[in-house]
Design a protein around this ligand. Structure first.
Ligand code: NCD
Length: 322
């Protein structure tokens, strides 16, 4: 593994499977009587969030704490960033405090890359979402969740068919998922109106469709993306009703999925827009599991980047019987 996790493309198939397998082991901690491993005792993890977040931030915090790291939560609101302090000065402050890992979310695509490569920090940088660019740990938790439901016996996702539906244009989740799923051998179809697809998408390792109804009968996973209204200055579709009619997941549409297919969403959801309440809470939905799995996957990432040692070094006695 590289020292940093900035893009899903940083992960070779071996790296990705190592994270996913390690996350399986980490998930046992969540079920153990004492939900803690001593592995990162004495290490400091900083959560540096310049953009709002619920799931990702809480999940990284829980992951670091379950590995016994010291956690510093830093949000731009209420810090000197709101007084105009630069990313560089913020980084130098974190370095002075001895940060071993910095988990960064930023509205500017490329901010984690700058933090990792400008020479300001010695620790690892983990991208927790940068602009419309990437969100690699979300892709890892999505693949982890798919693997749990759709294992093909080989441990990877070879041959698994995934539809990612909706606002691909603004979605860092979509880009990271396409990259990671291609690495793991899955076949991905992006389904969106042409206005919500980014320039250059034809070069991504996936296929494109504008017609959800023709795709939905042939997939093992359907992942709805949030319509990112806060990043939209123009009208990208005629009306919310029209969008739901063509690209929304509802019970009628989901009834046409093959048996065993699952429904995913990275959250936060616009219920009634890209997904109906019944679809979000229905039997095929694994949306709540995605959130729980996020903690195990982020534990695995922190562990592999910071401890770097083979998994056998985990003190399994602290986990109790499996
Ligand atoms: C996503 C994000 O922030 O990129 N959410 C998440 O991390 N769970 C997706 C979104 O905001 O729509």
């Amino acid at each position: 593994m590289n020292r940093h996790l900035l893009s899903a493309a940083d992960l070779s198939v071996e790296d990705a499977l190592r994270v996913l397998d390690t996350a399986e082991e980490m998930s046992r901690v969540a079920d153990a009587p004492v939900r803690k491993l001593p592995t990162l005792r004495g290490r400091t993890v900083v959560n540096l969030f310049f953009e709002d977040s619920t799931r990702t931030r809480i999940s990284f915090e829980a992951a670091a704490k379950r590995l016994s790291a010291d956690v510093i939560n830093f949000s731009a609101k209420g810090s000197s960033v709101s007084k105009g302090e630069s990313l560089k000065d913020t980084a130098l402050t974190l370095e002075a405090m001895g940060a071993d890992a910095v988990v960064i979310r930023h509205s500017a695509s490329g901010a984690p890359h700058r933090l990792a490569h400008a020479g300001w920090l010695h620790g690892s940088v983990i991208n927790a979402g940068d602009g419309t660019h990437e969100h690699p740990t979300q892709a890892l938790l999505d693949s982890f969740t798919m693997r749990r439901h759709l294992r093909n016996g080989k441990g990877d996702l070879a041959g698994v068919r995934v539809a990612i539906v909706g606002d691909v244009l603004h979605s860092r989740v979509a880009r990271s998922n396409v990259l990671l799923l291609a690495t793991l051998g899955a076949s991905v179809t992006l389904v969106a109106p042409p206005t919500l697809l980014p320039v250059g998408v034809e070069k991504w390792p996936c296929s494109i469709s504008y017609d959800l109804d023709s795709v939905i009968t042939k997939v093992d996973v359907v992942m709805a993306l949030r319509v990112q209204l806060e990043r939209m200055s123009d009208a990208f579709f005629p009306s919310a009703r029209e969008y739901s009619r063509r690209f929304g997941l509802d019970t009628v549409r989901l009834a046409r999925l093959p048996d065993g297919a699952i429904v995913m969403h990275p959250g936060p959801m616009n219920r009634g827009l890209e997904i109906s309440a019944e679809a979000a809470d229905g039997l095929r939905s694994v949306i709540v599991e995605q959130v729980a799995n996020g903690v195990s996957v982020r534990m695995a990432v922190l562990y592999l980047l910071l401890a770097g040692a083979p998994l056998t070094d985990i003190d399994y006695k602290t986990l109790g019987p499996s």
